[in-house]
Design a protein around this ligand. Structure first.
Ligand code: ZN
Length: 464
């Protein structure tokens, strides 16, 4: 039995781990690297294993850094089965189609630019995969997993998905491996949710395991509480409106967007936000994502399930507009103030948010609120780290808008929550830290009192 790491090794994106057991190969996640353009090249590199030899892919959740290389895997020969929860399956399809679309758009844009003034420069790369590749890859979705129900995914490997409380349909996965007389239990945390999420159930406690592979996004940090973060959101929105500006929130159309809508609705109902507020969810997939949420009440906590039961939609805010078409998105530039614009992507690596940043970053009246994790090298991270000037669509844009980071909305467990979760896994012999920057891993490593803690590097392989 062996385990190897083909992504999210000393980094936050590109999750991809391989288990070999009894001649079978099981992949856990196949995520995209996200960040600067150099990471585009990392995505195109060899996987470090032969995709045609993978029997099954278990998907923890539908975030792009966990599922984003699936179409590439299938393009390069994967013929196995993808197993995940019903909600993740629907969300992953949507996320992958959106990703293919963005990549095709970006490739067309780069090709046009190159044709105009490229002489002597390197020809831009083809998109990693197309919409057609993506459609073909989603054919591999097979059995769906329900929380707490073991599935024998291949002979000798039984997988149980448990609620991870991170996004709709998210799971951590417990694998029971059998090879000859040996038995091992390996736990993959996927991404674990933080405490007091507004509508999802929290992460379940894990069963005891011999080996744990754990995410460490916020391994060295404790989060602000949710309550003060919501108050901060209201304060920033009100102050910005008084200055006559807009509030831009770079966010993916999944989860954080629904969470923000939920709090904005509560703010309007309690009078903490103006009733005249205009909210735009500017994403071609926003409507679809919200509909998928509405189709999976089984994932929500009791209070929200009750709201749905009474025919109320917790994500509907008065003055909410969905902008699906690019023309509607461009029309938003007319608003010089009084609007909250939620647009992807959260790390500003692509998507429509870059247009809104181009129009608002230079205005002192406007604000930008970051509510999620931003990896090193991304536009979001540069702005958060205090850049006075950034490049957007090849142009330089000065940063005059007020920049806020509110981390209480984080969908990731902080150090205390990660350690509490790990404590329930009994006394594992080995813990592998993944999905974190090196300082975050080092920050949690010393707190883990088990036999061995490793921080694998890319393509490193270990005996189990
Ligand atoms: Zn995630």
């Amino acid at each position: 039995m062996k385990i190897s790491f083909h992504g999210a090794a000393r980094g936050v994106t590109g999750s991809c781990h391989l288990i070999e057991c009894g001649g079978r190969r099981v992949l856990i996640d196949c995520g995209l690297y996200q960040g600067g353009r150099e990471l585009q090249e990392e995505n195109a590199e060899d996987f470090g294993f032969d995709p045609s030899q993978i029997d099954v892919l278990l998907l923890t959740h539908a975030h792009l850094d966990h599922c984003g290389r699936i179409p590439l895997l299938s393009k390069r020969g994967f013929r196995g089965e993808i197993v995940t929860t019903a909600a993740s399956r629907e969300l992953a399809r949507l996320v992958l189609m959106d990703s293919a679309h963005l990549q095709e758009e970006e490739a067309r844009y780069q090709a046009r630019r190159w044709a105009r003034r490229g002489r002597g420069r390197r020809k831009p790369a083809e998109p990693l995969y197309s919409v057609l590749d993506t459609l073909a890859s989603t054919e591999h979705f097979g059995r769906t997993a329900s929380y707490g129900h073991p599935i024998e995914v291949v002979p000798g490997v039984v997988a149980t998905f448990h609620d991870a409380g991170h996004i709709l349909g998210s799971a951590f996965i417990c694998l029971e491996l059998r090879e000859g007389k040996s038995r091992r239990t390996v736990l993959f945390s996927g991404d674990l949710g933080g405490e007091d999420r507004p509508f999802l159930r929290g992460a379940a406690w894990p069963p005891e395991a011999d080996v744990v592979v754990m995410e460490t996004t916020y391994g060295d940090r404790l989060h602000q509480k949710l309550g003060p973060s919501v108050e901060e959101l209201y304060r920033v929105v009100n102050d910005t409106f008084q200055r006559g500006g807009n509030v831009i929130v770079p966010t993916f159309a999944l989860e954080r967007a629904q969470e923000l809508l939920f709090f904005i609705r509560e703010g309007v109902e309690s009078g903490k936000l103006p009733g005249s507020i205009q909210v735009f969810l500017d994403s071609p997939m926003a409507i679809s994502a919200t509909q998928i949420y509405e189709r999976h009440p089984e994932c929500f906590d009791q209070d929200i399930a009750r709201l749905f039961g009474h025919g109320k939609d917790p994500f509907t805010v008065p003055g909410l507009h969905f902008t699906k078409e690019t023309a509607d998105s461009i029309a938003l530039n007319r608003f010089s103030g009084g609007a909250v614009i939620l647009a992807g992507s959260g790390m500003c690596t692509g998507g429509r948010v870059r247009h809104h940043l181009r129009h608002n970053l230079g205005r002192r009246q406007s604000s930008v609120i970051f509510v999620g994790f931003a990896a090193i090298g991304t536009l979001a991270r540069k702005i958060i780290d205090g850049a006075r000037e950034v490049r957007i669509f090849g142009e330089s844009v000065k940063v005059h808008a007020a920049i806020h980071t509110i981390n209480g909305f984080s969908a990731h467990a902080d150090q205390a929550a990660l350690l509490a979760w790990l404590a329930h896994a009994g006394r594992p012999e080995q813990v592998f830290l993944v999905h974190g920057e090196e300082h975050a891993m080092r920050g949690i490593k010393d707190h883990i009192e088990v036999a061995e803690v490793s921080m694998p590097v890319l393509h490193q392989r270990f005996d189990l």
